[in-house]
Design a protein around this ligand. Structure first.
Ligand code: NDP
Length: 451
């Protein structure tokens, strides 16, 4: 039977849009469905608006720091509504840019929810269409635990549209989103408390990074409470009361839950037509992003592999090249860099010290902590951490970690060296750019821990 499309994609986020554009470039007839806004989590309610809010939240310190450099700044004031309106304008611009990218590529956009009827049939906007190949790129959605009063809490989605800046915020969780928003609210002047159930925030990151960041967050004025669980949330006069497992309560104006995200795969016919999902609802795929059905593929957060925008984009690109471009390649998920846009930010690539010790046995650790040059004249107590993890036998640099200003910019470049398996000696041969913070990475001569 004839198909309406060579490829039909459900979800116009980072992964879906890249796959659509590349496949269309190979001459495929491509349709793409989006039930919300084109651009997906990253552009509409994730990385991009978050980074804009992070920029906004840093100005308070910048005004203070200017004093050490001879500037007298009158007491600044901040207007949340103006920030949100300007952010919305920029997101609208990007949304339009994504739409015009699709149009220019000849991709048909259908702004409606899509569901699978069978292996080749999609129900959308009151009609059914048929496609030879289907790509699911539906992303993920915040997951809030069930507890009394959870309906009073918000997720990161709502943070972008609050009418006012809350005076007091409680953030639950100790991962990327919790800490990034804690930094935003704290920087903008909200009294911010982070409640984390474990020993130390950022589980899975290098131990030194976790320690160091937690200290820096506390120095910034964030009240970080570990080993702390919420038992209930109640509406009370003047705000919300968050009751903790030790029986005490914190009063605040907003409670943000950032306790993880779940693949967005429910109620779209996947299980019914036989696409295998794992126990958290992620679509099971092979290295080619192919699901348990031979013509149905999936990329991005809905597969719960590495849930980062640039990874979803690569997965979408590899899929389109492989299936429509006769250029098969598989994405390599190893040694991916990532950043947490806290204040100061964290960035990391490759192995943590803990994982490297387990994997390689003997490792050499190079570590420096210092006060950034800028703050010698501001008096701010912020410090920077840099760390290299080296496999002692091969001398390959297998991990690089940083907490400090510009860490994401610096680690992005260092990630190339880690990916190319550069040795410590090769890094040492690199001439420093002076004076920078990044130069520390090429001048760390003596390992700190040898065992
Ligand atoms: P994370 O998985 O990073 O963090 C979730 C946090 O919530 C953890 O600290 C976890 O604790 C805690 N938690 C989970 N369940 C509960 C519960 N029932 N009660 C209390 N605490 C709980 O998820 P995020 O939501 O922060 O982000 C989702 C993903 O999105 C990230 O993992 C990342 O892949 C991506 N992302 C990337 C960003 C970037 O690149 N800068 C920014 C934002 C998101 P525990 O550690 O004990 O499990």
């Amino acid at each position: 039977m004839a198909f309406d499309y060579d490829l039909f994609i459900i979800g116009a986020g980072s992964g879906g849009v890249r796959a659509a554009r590349i496949a269309a470039g190979y001459g495929a007839r491509v349709g793409i469905a989006e039930e919300s806004r084109v651009g997906g989590t990253c552009v509409i309610r994730g990385c991009v608006p978050k980074k804009l809010l992070v920029y906004a939240s840093h100005f308070g310190e910048d005004f203070e720091d200017a004093d050490g450099y001879g500037w007298s700044v009158p007491k600044p004031s901040f207007d949340w509504a103006r920030l949100i309106a300007n952010k919305d304008k920029e997101i609208d611009r990007l949304n339009q840019a994504y739409k015009s990218t699709l149009a220019k590529a000849g991709v048909e956009l259908i702004e409606s929810r899509a569901e699978l009827v069978d292996q080749h049939t999609i129900s959308i906007g009151g009609k059914q269409v048929r496609a030879e190949v289907i790509l699911i790129a539906t992303g993920s959605w915040p997951e809030l635990p069930k507890l009394p009063g959870i309906e009073h809490a918000i997720s990161s989605n709502e943070c972008f549209h609050l009418e006012t800046l809350p005076e007091r915020v409680v953030v639950v969780g100790g991962g990327y989103i919790a800490l990034e928003f804690a930094g935003i609210f704290n920087g903008l002047g909200s009294k911010t408390t982070v409640l984390y159930r474990g020993e130390q925030v950022l589980r899975g990151f290098d131990g030194d990074v976790r320690n160091f960041l937690q200290d820096e967050l506390v120095k910034k004025g964030i009240d970080v409470r570990c080993h702390t669980n919420v038992t209930r949330i109640d509406k009370v006069a003047g705000g919300l009361a968050v009751t903790l497992d030790d029986g005490t309560a914190i009063h605040c104006d907003q409670v943000l839950y950032a306790t993880g995200r779940r693949p967005l795969t429910r109620n779209m016919g996947l299980e019914r037509i036989g696409v295998a999902l794992d126990d958290v609802g992620a679509i099971k795929v092979d290295g080619w992003s192919k699901s348990s059905m031979p013509n149905i593929y999936a990329v991005g957060d809905c597969t719960n592999r590495v849930n980062l925008t640039p990874v979803a984009i690569r997965e979408g690109h590899a899929f389109a090249d492989s299936v429509f471009g006769n250029k098969p390649w598989m994405i390599d998920h190893s040694d991916f860099p990532s950043a947490v846009f806290t204040q100061p930010p964290v960035a990391t690539v490759g192995e943590t010290e803990e994982r490297a010790r387990a994997k390689y046995g003997a490792v050499d650790i190079y570590r420096e902590t210092f006060r950034p040059m800028k703050h010698t004249m501001t008096g701010r107590p912020e410090r920077t951490l840099m760390k290299l993890v080296v496999d002692r036998k091969s001398q390959a640099v297998v991990g690089a970690h940083m907490v400090g200003q510009d860490a994401p910019e610096i680690i992005q470049t260092l990630a190339i060296a880690v990916k190319l398996k550069a040795t410590k000696q090769q890094i040492d041969q690199t001439i420093a750019i002076h004076p920078t913070a990044a130069e520390e990475f090429v001048t760390m001569r003596t390992p700190v821990a040898a065992e």
